[in-house]
Write a protein that binds this ligand. Structure first.
Ligand SMILES: C[S@@+](CC[C@H](N)C(=O)[O-])C[C@H]1O[C@@H](n2cnc3c(N)ncnc32)[C@H](O)[C@@H]1O
Length: 396
């Protein structure tokens, strides 16, 4: 099995809660420059959470690690969010910060002092007097907005999942009403460095279209790593902590390789083809690669009743449909209570599913050891409990 590659972002996330000395040593070991650049790219990718200036506007950024001083140009506004090494000529917005605090601001969990080493400045040009018609005012306003965007991105913006869905155009709120349910199950993991895989990127065959929900997840889990799987090539939507993969959710061999390289997962969401046999194949391959305490979500289970999608409305117990299969998992939850069938061991799902939450068109399956003891063996199974109580009371 190949060893999963550990990305620079993952290493930075792991460093963010260490002591000052350990974090500084870790950053130096990773290389101050690549680390600083990766952190600024993360900040730039969070900038769309804030209003942007109408035109491209440069922010001069100075970062310090020990005696080292690093300078970057971050360009925001007019749809841009770019990072380039080197000084920003003529920039009016300026941000300077200690690199360790920048790391903590982006990826740390402690409610830190991450603004204590931050310096913000707007450069004022020399001019003889105040002239309200001076075009320079618009330039200043753009610099203030760009600086607000960058400083805001560094200040742990915590948006609700509904808001993020609408911001990034995901139909998980609006088309469907899934995000309140998701928030209920995912909120306890929000500050964890989760690994999330979503099947189905969206945008169909356009390589740079789609990814709405992946962006939503990336900003919800600010320390998370998000993988998206699609049958179409989607390289154009890659960004820090968001990795598109190409493959078929109906191909178990491909899914095994994917899980070996990118798993184990904390969360898997199936929002792919919604064909019933694909839903079952993906679950069969990927559920084993979910961590204990992880969640497996199946969306749009309405197709369980649609014959064109492999569904069956005539036989609601058909285990070849997603909902028919989910019903079998419910009996698995109570496998300890079923009369023993000689030679029949509980299945993997019997032993590893602790809860199944069924909502309208959405199923959330919790993975945890299901090893609770069954009812004591002396409780009779095959007699009417009232006759048994009466017999016990009579001392028989
Ligand atoms: C509903 S869209 C995903 C939307 C996206 N999750 C969102 O919420 O923004 C479904 C996606 O599944 C992809 N898809 C269809 N069949 C697939 C398969 N066999 N394997 C992987 N992806 C598939 C389609 O190309 C499409 O992009």
């Amino acid at each position: 099995m190949p060893t999963p590659a550990i990305s620079l972002e993952t290493r930075l996330i792991a460093l963010a809660d260490r002591s000052d000395a350990e974090a500084a040593a870790g950053l130096a070991e990773l290389g101050a420059r690549p680390a600083a650049e990766a952190l600024l790219r993360e900040a730039a990718s969070r900038a769309p959470l804030f209003p942007e200036p109408p035109v491209k506007t440069a922010v001069r950024v100075v970062l310090r690690l020990g005696g080292e001083r690093l300078e970057y140009t971050v360009t925001l506004g007019g749809g841009a969010a770019d990072v380039a090494p080197g000084p920003a000529e003529g920039a009016r917005a300026y941000l300077a910060q200690d690199l360790v605090e920048l790391l903590r601001a982006l990826y740390g969990t402690a409610p830190g002092r991450h603004q204590a080493t931050r310096e913000l400045r707007i450069t004022e040009p020399e001019r003889p007097s105040f002239d309200p018609a001076d075009p320079e005012h618009a330039e200043r306003a753009a610099a203030v907005t760009a600086l607000h965007q960058l400083a805001g991105a560094l200040s742990r913006p915590e948006r609700s999942l509904d808001e993020l869905a609408v911001r990034f155009g995901s139909d998980k709120w609006g088309g469907h009403w899934y995000t309140p349910h998701y928030d209920r199950y995912f909120a306890p993991l929000r500050n964890d460095p989760v690994t999330l895989l979503e099947i189905g990127i969206g945008g169909y065959d356009a390589p740079d279209q789609g990814g709405a929900s992946l962006r939503m997840w990336k900003h919800y889990f600010r320390r998370g790593t998000v993988y998206g799987l699609d049958i179409y090539e989607k390289h154009g939507i890659a960004e820090p902590r968001l990795h598109p993969l190409r493959g078929d959710q109906g191909d178990p061999a491909y899914l095994e390789g994917l899980a070996a390289e990118t798993g184990p997962f904390d969360i898997v969401i199936d929002d792919g083809s919604h064909l019933n046999h694909h839903v079952l194949t993906s679950f069969g391959s990927l559920f084993r690669h979910l961590r204990p305490g992880g969640l497996y979500v199946i969306e749009d289970t309405q197709t369980a009743y649609w014959p064109g999608w492999g569904g069956n409305a005539a036989d609601l117990t058909d285990a070849g449909t997603s909902m028919g299969f989910v019903k079998t998992l419910l009996d698995g939850l109570n496998h300890q209570e079923r009369p023993e069938t000689p030679g029949q061991e509980p299945s993997y799902t019997d032993r590893h599913i602790a809860a199944v939450h069924v909502h309208h068109n959405l199923v959330v399956i919790e993975k945890a050891l299901n090893a609770e003891q069954g009812a004591p063996s002396w409780v009779p199974r095959d007699v009417d409990p009232y006759s048994w109580y009466t017999a016990a009371a009579d001392g028989e």
